[in-house]
Structure formats: structure tokens, C-alpha cells
Design a protein around this ligand. Structure first.
Ligand SMILES: Nc1ncnc2c1ncn2[C@@H]1O[C@H](COP(=O)(O)OP(=O)(O)OP(=O)(O)O)[C@@H](O)[C@H]1O
Length: 282
């Protein structure tokens, strides 16, 4: 058992508990201004990028609006992670523009709004800290490195509850399963009140039984207004859960609703084979 079923229940029965903090830990509801507002979250316009002279991303224009659940798919080495770094301002386009929440992505500095979950949350593997301490970090953008107030701790505990990890708060992250570790990092994003969740192949290393519940949690978070951007190899998971697909191989081969992607030949063209989307993850 790894607690993921509990997480699914917590997220779907009671909602994600996504709230805006009023600073003292009291809440003001999801709101329509600031975090949760409609409008473009990520905008790439005519972006070119290469490492040294090798082009990796060419003439890419993608816009992701608040509340969307989008997935970027493509073959190995097709530029997915590079695209994500351009979107988050970690790399700057050689040509074109990248904007995050309306600002030039490389100048965007409100890190609390973006929750990033890396593959296997690998950086955490050797961290000798507890789950609750990881989630506590989500409050640092709000409190600096100062002490957390009772209200901040309530937000931390609520985030743990939402992801089904309330019973694991005192456990060291080194003693978690892959799925539990990813949930802990999602909880950290919830504690920071992120309204964009970016996940880079989040279920690599997660046991098969936990994958569906993990995606159910993402569904619930998205239903509660969080924008989800997924980079994923598991096409079944993408077609089961994401509403929109961006299929990339240096350039964009497809950008549109998942149902249209499944019917299209974009995947085969992007992979340079006759590959089609088969099966789902459930
Ligand atoms: N820091 C870097 N310096 C030089 N080349 C890089 C760097 N990072 C990635 N590349 C190259 O850029 C291309 C795209 O890599 P990227 O990691 O964006 O692709 P990807 O689609 O995420 O791949 P995968 O699915 O295998 O993770 C690859 O040819 C890769 O070798």
C-alpha cells in the first residue's frame, strides 16, 4: 500500500481544497483574479532555439491558457524538455518570444505560481528530510526563510491531505515509493499556491498500480482550476487525461484537442513511422 488510493479519494470527494491564502492561513476561495484568473499562462511566439549551432526547437508558437490540461509528446530527443525550459524562462529563445503569466519568461520571478515536478523528483532521493519539511518549502516564497505561522502550517497540512499523504508527513522522503515522492512534490506546489503545475514525465519510476491514481489526482487538481502541463511518454495516460496535445519533433506537428490528435497522423509523422496511439492507461 502506498496511500495513493486515499489521495484519489481526498482529491475527488472533497475537492483539492485549493484556496488563496489571506496571509494568516485563512482562505478566500479560488477567486477569479490573480492565481486562477483566465487568460494566457504560457505563450511561445515563433520561437527558435539551439544548443550551440544545432537547432532543437524551430518556429514554435504555442499558447496555453489558464485552466488547460495540456501534454507535450514526441520522440526521444525531440526537444520536449528544451521546450519546457523555454516556457519556464530557464532558457531564452534565440528568436521569437516566450512569455509566462504575461511577462517575458526569463524575467518572471513569482516562483510560487509555478509548481515543477521533475522526473522521479530525483533531487529529493538523498534528501534527509521529512515529507512535511518538503511541503513546508512551498511556503518559503510567502514567508521568506522565516518561521511558518499556524496558518502556514494549516496550508501545509491541507496540501498533504489533498494528495493523500497526511499519514506520511513525518516519513523521510528517502523512504517513500516513487508515487508517494511525486505526491509530496505536488503537495509542495499546492502549499505554495501554484496555479501552474509542470510535470516532466512524472510517472517514470512509479509503480504501475499507482499511476492511475496519480493521474486521477492531476485530473482533480485541474478540475479545481490548476493549469497542468505534462511532458509524457505514456501516450495512453496522455489520451486518457489531457484535453490538449502538442506533438513536437523540433517543430510542432500537432496542437489541438486530444480527440483530434488520436485521429490524426501527427504521431506517425513526428516519429517518422506509422506509429498510432494505442490503448489507454486504465
Ligand atoms: N544542455 C544541452 N546541451 C547540448 N545539447 C542538449 C542539451 N540538452 C539537450 N540537448 C540536446 O537537444 C536535443 C533535445 O533534447 P531534449 O532533452 O529537449 O529532448 P526531449 O524530447 O526532452 O528528450 P527525451 O524524451 O529523451 O527526454 C537532444 O538532441 C539533446 O541531446
Amino acid at each position: 500500500m502506498n496511500g495513493t488510493t486515499d489521495g484519489e479519494t481526498a482529491a475527488t470527494e472533497s475537492g483539492t481544497g485549493r484556496t488563496e491564502s489571506a496571509g494568516d492561513g485563512t482562505t478566500t476561495g479560488s477567486g477569479t483574479t490573480g492565481p486562477g484568473a483566465r487568460g494566457p499562462v504560457i505563450e511561445l511566439s515563433d520561437v527558435d532555439f539551439g544548443y550551440a549551432a544545432t537547432p532543437v526547437v524551430e518556429d514554435v508558437s504555442v499558447r496555453i491558457d489558464a485552466g488547460e490540461y495540456a501534454a507535450v509528446v514526441g520522440p526521444n530527443g525531440s526537444g520536449k524538455s528544451t521546450l519546457m525550459k523555454l516556457m519556464l524562462g530557464l532558457l531564452r529563445p534565440d528568436e521569437g518570444q516566450a512569455r509566462l503569466f504575461g511577462e517575458p519568461a526569463h524575467e518572471f520571478d513569482d516562483g510560487a505560481r509555478v509548481g515543477y515536478v521533475a522526473q522521479e523528483a530525483s533531487a529529493s532521493k538523498e534528501m534527509p528530510i521529512t515529507v512535511r519539511e518538503v511541503v513546508k518549502m512551498g511556503r518559503f516564497p510567502h514567508v521568506g526563510f522565516g518561521r511558518l505561522s499556524e496558518g502556514d502550517w494549516r496550508i501545509v497540512d491541507r496540501a498533504l491531505d489533498v494528495v493523500g499523504m497526511a499519514a506520511f508527513g513525518d516519513r523521510r522522503v528517502t523512504r517513500l515509493s516513487g508515487g508517494q515522492r511525486q505526491r509530496a512534490f505536488i503537495a509542495r506546489a499546492l502549499a505554495s499556491e501554484a496555479d501552474l503545475l509542470v510535470l516532466d514525465e512524472p510517472t517514470v519510476g512509479v509503480d504501475v498500480e499507482s499511476v492511475d491514481a496519480f493521474y486521477d489526482l492531476l485530473d482533480a487538481l485541474n478540475a479545481d482550476g490548476i493549469t497542468v502541463l505534462l511532458i509524457e511518454h505514456d501516450l495512453g495516460a496522455v489520451t486518457d487525461h489531457a484535453d490538449r496535445v502538442v506533438c513536437l519533433n523540433r517543430e510542432v506537428y500537432f496542437d489541438g484537442p486530444t480527440a483530434e490528435f488520436v485521429e490524426s497522423d501527427a504521431l506517425g509523422r513526428a516519429f517518422g513511422t506509422a506509429r498510432t496511439v494505442t490503448g489507454g492507461s486504465s
